[in-house]
Design a protein around this ligand. Structure first.
Ligand code: GLU
Length: 451
């Protein structure tokens, strides 16, 4: 429920951003959490502060022409939504996926603003990408696309202005091609303009692992509040990209058993526990489909594949669920299946993977629920550590970087938990994250005046 005073703000957002359901969903969720904070501090209603938070500072949409391997000219659309710079330069990833449109990028930029605030680091919020589909494209095509994309985007970036990174469809290879083009266009070796770089040209150790590790740390802290741990737990992780892979690694190191993973084609169940090396072989080396895992594992292993049209990964019984694929992948129906199979905790590795109906079902059933803007903040937090290393021309060890990440995740967890308690809903991490993130952004915006 949204309080009466905020209803006009939401109405205006719906009107002004017609046809952008994911953006509406993200804004509604935050506004629904703000009731208790404006009851206590009605001054947040002044100076159109909340209206300004819901309106991106700048939205850039551009043509991306490129030539494919057959010599044909292809056209895609590029986006960068610079959402909020009250706390620092715009910061947030780039997503290359055919589903990308301005509404998707706005929802991601809005979430990113609060997520980045929760990290406690000096970073604003932004997001970008393209409707380019990398699937089946050659390395040369990927490079030409990245170069064309950066040829427009570079003029809007800078280590003090806007610092992109990866997201779905954008990993180390794409960041490398974009950094190369930025360097060529500007004639500056400005390492801090992009994060998620490879180690040998200014990347940070533990950045690749950070989102998955971070979500696992967050859930560990959440479980600990109920005297529980990952040890001996059955875990299901959707997705099989960077976030999912490194969640498997960390969950296993904490004694949990990951029994299922997925991609858009379907899911694999391995009751012996997912073999991390095989998984990396399939996804990082071959860049192939999850069903290839079975080929490598062998037909005698008992592992099996279910096609996406035949069922949902959330039908696989588990104690802990970590949706780490994409937005709105975990529906009300999935939540009911998880609850009836006895799930005790859910942590979002992806951005907004759980539908509002599903969150309601978890809340009713007293399932611990960690929202993405808190639980998956480890990725962007480590990007901020990468910026810090670039600014000081330094390179930290894996141990030092990971221990900073673990500290940051603990602090985010404790901040969300204590904020939820302070505002009368102990254990409600959605409320805690939204309020804690909002307050940090709102205080900075107020101090900077009406800009
Ligand atoms: N795309 C990631 C996220 O959703 C990382 C962003 C970054 O490192 O800037 O937070």
């Amino acid at each position: 429920m949204i309080v009466e005073k905020l209803q006009p703000v939401l109405d205006q957002v719906l009107l002004r951003n017609a046809g952008e359901p994911e953006f509406h969903q993200a804004v509604r969720e935050v506004l629904e959490s703000l009731g208790p904070v404006i009851a206590k501090h009605p001054d947040y209603l002044e100076h159109a502060l909340i209206e300004r938070i819901c309106e991106p500072e700048r939205q850039i949409i551009f043509r991306v022409p490129w030539v494919d391997d057959k010599g044909q000219v292809q056209i895609n659309r590029g986006f960068r939504v610079q959402f909020n710079s009250a706390l620092g330069p715009y910061k947030g990833g780039l997503r290359f996926h055919p589903s990308v449109n301005v509404g998707i990028i706005k929802f991601l930029g809005f979430e990113q603003t609060f997520k980045n605030a929760l990290t406690g680091m000096p970073i604003g919020g932004g997001k970008g990408g393209s409707d380019f589909n990398p699937r089946g494209r050659s390395d040369g095509e990927i490079m030409r696309f990245c170069q064309s994309f950066m040829t427009e985007l570079y003029r809007h970036l800078g280590e003090y202005t806007d610092v992109p990174a990866g997201d779905i469809g954008v990993g180390g290879r794409e960041i490398g091609y974009m950094f190369g083009q930025y360097k060529r266009l500007t004639n500056r070796y400005e390492a801090g303009v992009l994060t998620g770089k490879a180690l040998f040209y200014g990347g940070s150790r533990a950045r690749t692992e950070a989102t998955g590790y971070g979500n696992t740390y967050f859930i560990q802290s959440m479980l600990a509040t109920k005297g529980e741990s990952f040890d001996g737990k059955r875990v299901v992780i959707s997705g099989s990209g960077n976030v999912a892979i490194y969640s498997v690694e960390k969950v296993q190191s904490f004694g949990g058993k990951v029994v299922a993973m997925s991609d858009s084609s379907g899911y694999v169940v391995d009751e012996q526990g997912i073999d991390l090396e095989l998984l990396k072989q399939v996804k990082e080396v071959r860049r192939s489909r999850i069903s290839d895992y079975l080929q490598l594992k062998g037909s005698q292993s008992g592992a099996y594949f279910v096609g996406a049209e035949k069922g949902s990964i959330w039908d696989v019984p588990c104690d802990v669920a970590m949706p780490s694929a994409t937005q709105n992948e975990l529906t009300g129906k999935d939540a009911r299946a998880l609850v009836s199979n006895g799930v005790i905790a859910v942590g979002e590795g992806a951005n907004m993977p759980t539908t509002p109906e599903a969150i309601g079902i978890f809340r009713q059933a007293n399932v611990m629920f960690a929202p993405g803007k808190a639980a998956n903040a480890g990725g962007v937090a480590t990007s901020a550590l990468e910026m810090q290393q670039n600014a000081s021309r330094d390179s930290w060890s894996f141990e030092q970087t990971e221990s900073r990440l673990a500290e940051i995740m603990r602090a985010i967890h404790d901040n969300c938990a204590s904020t939820a308690e302070e505002f009368g809903s102990p254990g409600d991490y959605v409320l805690g994250a939204n309020i804690a993130g909002f307050v940090r952004v709102a205080e900075a915006m107020r101090a900077l005046g009406v800009v």
